[in-house]
Write a protein that binds this ligand. Structure first.
Ligand code: SF4
Length: 437
């Protein structure tokens, strides 16, 4: 959940200009992709579609994905006219402006990295030409590029990602974990959000744009590049908890999520990719459940009055939403019935032990209906971001809430607040400039 609108006028001009350009050069769209699922880059093609599009067997598409996985663009990597120093140019330029330096990878070092697990097979001129025909220019020229990188003291790293077509920016947050040596990436599915949750910075912006599946995948590509260059723990998990409500852009979210978990593509474990929805409708769960990922419900409250106060766009009763959630879970294979319920805890709004009791009761009744359901409750202490009405909960109240749930046998975690000072924490994802407006 993050956005920006300070750039609105500039973006509008860019948007109009880009759309005229697109009229002249219509993108090649693989079959089976609906008009609503805009796609411009092979980054979000299904692997088989890419193989067919590149002709001559599976070797080319594998070589392309060996690069994408490491945040390397194959169009540049295999083009001998591009110097080594240009391969990660977008990151180095930003670091230079900030007076920072980082590792410059040589092609030989990168080659070792991308071919470590397979027999080397590069892309020749004909293959590069096919790739260009399919997806146009490089990802950073045609889909999205990095505009800014900021790192909090705890290592949480926020990327400001510019969408090439519209000129809008979204924020993508890398959260490194010391214990595992890996990072989780929090990505955005929309610019802004129409759900208007009263505690959320993104909700104040309204919805400005749905991201295409390749714009969603590009956030992962760019994050992997940044992790490699800045030597941050590599990203092996993704949460759709950035800017936007995934159910309001379900087709693109599901397509992108399946690219993340495809073993031929980003290759992430299904349990390590989580799509979180506030559930604008009961059907939202079923739609998002089509992706082979963990499904999460940002429930925030179980009583109708409080939920309406926190998520004012709620149009359905808790019973109707609950039924949609249960139907979606029942339709999933057992291994995908592990699910998360998320609660942003706000001081004296929804953080009492009575609130915890209501939630426990609500969850217990669902477990009784879905065989194999494994719920985890994720508590997200609200971050103070200048909202007058809401405050950060006291730590003792958060612990008491957790204790109440664990004492009734539920797995319940408190999400550590990360990246506070860089506005990279939950509910803060709207650019500072946008908030100033
Ligand atoms: S918290 Fe609510 S307003 Fe904010 S991004 Fe999520 S669904 Fe949208």
């Amino acid at each position: 959940m993050v956005c920006q609108k300070a750039l609105f006028l500039t973006a509008l001009v860019a948007f109009i200009r880009c759309n005229f350009a697109l009229l002249e050069q219509a993108p090649k769209i693989p079959t089976k992709i609906k008009e609503s699922e805009r796609i411009r880059s092979p980054l979000s093609f299904q692997f088989d579609d890419l193989t067919v599009s590149l002709e001559r067997g599976i070797g080319r598409s594998r070589a392309v994905w060996e690069c994408y996985r490491m945040g390397i663009d194959p169009l540049w990597f295999y083009d001998e006219s591009i110097a080594d120093s240009q391969l990660d140019d977008s990151v180095h330029k930003i670091l230079k402006q900030q007076g920072r330096e980082a590792k410059s990878w040589t092609r030989d070092e990168l080659k070792m990295l991308i071919t470590a697990k397979r027999r080397e097979q590069g892309l020749g001129k004909a293959a590069l030409e096919s790739l260009r025909k399919v997806g146009g220019e490089s990802i950073e020229e045609s889909v999205a590029t990095i505009r800014d990188i900021s790192m909090a003291r705890d290592g949480t790293t926020k990327l400001l990602v510019r969408l090439v077509e519209s000129g809008f920016d979204v924020e993508t947050v890398i959260i490194p974990w010391e214990e595992t040596g890996r990072s989780t990436l929090c990505i955005s599915s929309q610019v802004g959000c129409a759900q208007g949750c009263t505690f959320c910075a993104t909700g104040k912006m309204g919805r400005l744009q749905n991201l295409s599946s390749d714009e969603i995948c590009a956030q992962v590509f760019l994050a992997r590049k940044v992790c490699r260059v800045l030597d941050i723990n590599p990203v092996d998990g993704v949460v759709f908890m950035g800017m936007g409500e995934p159910a309001d852009n379900a087709a693109n979210v599901v397509r992108a999520a399946n690219v993340l978990t495809s073993q031929d593509q980003f290759g992430m474990a299904q349990r390590k990719v989580t799509i979180s929805t506030v559930a604008p409708t009961p059907d939202a769960f079923m739609e998002l459940g089509r992706a082979n990922t963990t499904l999460a419900w940002s429930i925030h409250a179980t009583t109708p009055e409080l939920r309406k106060e926190l998520v004012p766009t709620t149009k359905y009763s808790m019973n109707e939403l609950r039924q949609g959630y249960l139907d979606a879970l029942k339709s999933r294979p057992m291994k995908l019935r592990t699910t998360m319920l998320e609660v942003v805890l706000i001081d004296k709004i929804n953080d009492s032990v009575e609130d915890a009791d209501h939630l426990a009761q609500f969850v217990q009744e669902m477990i009784d209906e879905v065989p194999g359901m494994k719920p985890m409750v994720n508590l997200i202490p609200f971050n103070d971001i200048g909202f007058q009405k809401f405050r950060k909960p006291k730590v003792e109240r958060v612990w008491a809430f957790q204790e109440r749930l664990t004492s009734r046998g539920f797995k319940c975690f408190i999400r550590t607040t990360r990246g506070d000072e860089e506005s990279a924490a939950c509910g803060q994802l709207a650019t500072k400039r946008k908030r100033a407006e």
